[in-house]
Write a protein that binds this ligand. Structure first.
Ligand SMILES: [Zn+2]
Length: 81
């Protein structure tokens, strides 16, 4: 899987080149498989299944206990610490 990164300070996810393009922090880490993320502006919280270019496949369980696998754009996501 090609690596995306996340920013430790603002939690945004993208492919950063040593510096966060949202908050200019240099605390950048790799986004790994199974990392917990949430979809910004929603209650969806899940885990990273796979990454393809700027799309991140998320596994999540809704309030009715249904399991979903759905791709989201990296810019819609935030890392959960
Ligand atoms: Zn940042």
């Amino acid at each position: 899987m090609k690596k995306l990164n996340y920013c430790v300070d603002c939690k945004r996810i993208a492919r950063f080149d040593g510096e966060c393009s949202y908050c200019q922090s240099q605390k950048i880490k790799d986004l790994t498989r199974k990392a917990p993320v949430n979809v910004i502006g929603t209650k969806i919280k899940g885990r990273v299944l796979n990454v393809k270019d700027q799309m991140v496949e998320i596994l999540y369980i809704d309030e009715n206990k249904n399991t979903f696998v759905k791709p989201f754009e990296a810019q819609q996501l935030q890392k959960v610490l």
